[in-house]
Design a protein around this ligand. Structure first.
Ligand code: 4AD
Ligand code: MG
Length: 432
């Protein structure tokens, strides 16, 4: 590491004296006598002023510098209220490290064109702020599970057959045979649960859903957990505590980034302070009917608009439990207290963020599992190993899956999930 150079944030913390910084030109403007270069590095931006009289020999070169050229600058830093971040460096020395072509991004580009230039758009203050928050989020998730004595367990991404019947799967040519990209870690996790009891993983999941919404990716980072002996309430307690832990860490570390994004972070505070409500699917239908004049026939999944209407009255996530058994994945067991429904939950996010977490207790009754699979038209032989793992000392257990980007979208107040990940994959966006 070079001692000499410090980050822009560190330079501003010092606030006076000589500093040496390096980075890329974020903005430039100038006159015959003066050049203002706003420099960015990963930490922040700062205005640097270069006077022609000091740089007579280099002036022609300096004058030609374009946005995103990389430079090293040494000079005296001082407070300056007019500068974009409140400080300015009066440069004594500049070293040009890498020249830049005319940067193909300006404020007039639409979402598509920015998507084509994603590899360069990552340098924007917006993406820089989101990616920092994303790093806090994934770090906090690992921290949470490890603090609760979970083991990290990884499962294969290339899998032989289906697991979750709703969403379709991407197939892969595997030496002439058809394999699929995993939609979930769960079925392998249940096998490992019998060894490690409390496990989690953050890994990509793949969904070939033809959904062009602002909350669907075809490749997303799935944070999943599986716990031995757990009932539905315990699973929801983990989900709530985990969510609160992530928000707490983001508010500790990333207020500056939230402000750059224009996110009113006060809207996250209720989720730290209040307990998330628990409500059954039946109750949601009743509320929709009585308060929102919306009729959902029993047995139908909640649609986007219905979830939104229901969530209007909430400023924290809400756990909706006991969805109808028939529309749920085969592994969600009947609730003995209400057998038309399953022991499952979705955690819906406030501010129109819909399902952020989905989880359930797991059915270990092999006859029931077979019945559900048959009803969904699945081939039983594909699930032989799944019956196997519950044939040797089955226990009550369960788990959930969090859409990591959906959580990031909510926390950052983003319009689209595409901005919650560096290089998004959707039906129409797979390049670069
Ligand atoms: O509800 P899902 O399909 O549940 C499962 O896959 C379970 N096997 C998880 C488990 O119990 N281990 O997916 C879980 C979460 C959803 O709540 C949602 O947040 C996210 O994954 N998700 C998506 N995120 C982005 N793009 C998509 N296409 C997503 N599909 C699901
Ligand atoms: Mg779900």
């Amino acid at each position: 590491m070079t001692e000499k150079f410090i980050s822009i944030a560190e330079a501003m913390k010092r606030g006076h004296g000589k500093v040496a910084i390096r980075g890329w030109i974020y903005r430039e403007r100038g006159s015959n006598e003066l050049k203002f270069l706003v420099i960015r590095d990963s930490s922040d931006i700062i205005q640097c002023v270069l006077k022609k009289e000091k740089f007579a020999k280099q002036w022609a070169e300096i004058d030609k510098l374009q946005v995103e050229a990389s430079v090293e600058i040494e000079g005296a830093i001082k407070e300056d209220k007019r500068a974009p971040t409140g400080f300015e460096v009066e440069a004594d020395k500049i070293t040009i490290v890498g020249l830049s072509d005319k940067f193909p991004i300006n404020k007039d580009l639409n979402e598509e064109l920015l998507g084509d230039r994603r590899h360069l758009w990552l340098r924007s203050r917006k993406m820089n702020a989101i990616l920092k928050i994303r790093s806090t989020v994934t770090g906090a998730l690992h921290e949470y599970f490890r603090s609760k004595d979970f083991y990290e367990f990884q499962s294969p991404i290339l899998i032989p057959g289906g697991a979750e019947e709703g969403p379709t799967m991407f197939s892969v040519d595997y030496f002439g045979k058809k394999m699929y990209l995993a939609q979930t870690w769960q079925l392998y996790a249940e096998a490992a649960m019998y060894s490690l009891e409390k496990i989690y993983c953050i890994a990509p999941s793949f969904r070939a859903e033809k959904s062009k919404t602002t909350r669907h990716l075809t490749e997303y980072w799935h944070t999943e957990m599986e716990v031995a002996w757990a009932n539905l309430d315990e699973l929801m307690a983990y989900a709530e505590e985990m969510t609160k832990h992530v928000i707490k860490r983001v508010l500790e570390k990333n207020k500056k980034e939230l402000e750059i994004l224009g996110r009113d972070w006060k809207k996250l505070e209720p989720s730290l302070k209040k307990k998330f409500p628990h409500i059954t699917y039946d109750q949601v239908l009743k509320i929709l009917k009585e308060k929102k004049k919306t009729n959902v026939p029993w047995g139908k999944d909640l649609r986007t608009i219905e979830e939104e209407k229901f969530m209007e009255d909430h400023d924290t996530p809400v756990f909706v439990t006991n969805y109808p058994k028939e529309i749920m994945a085969f592994y969600k067991p009947r609730d003995p207290k209400n057998p038309k429904t399953a022991l499952c939950f979705d955690m819906l996010g406030p501010e129109n963020n819909h399902e952020i977490i989905g989880g359930s207790v797991r059915d270990t009754n092999i006859d029931e599992l077979k019945k559900s699979l048959k009803a969904k038209g699945e081939k039983l032989e594909d699930y032989k190993y799944y019956f196997d793992i519950h044939s040797y000392g089955a226990i009550p257990h369960g788990g959930y899956g969090l859409g990591t980007e959906r959580l990031i979208k909510w926390i950052c107040g983003l319009e689209t999930i595409k901005d919650a990940i560096g290089f998004p994959r959707t039906m129409t966006r797979y390049n670069p």
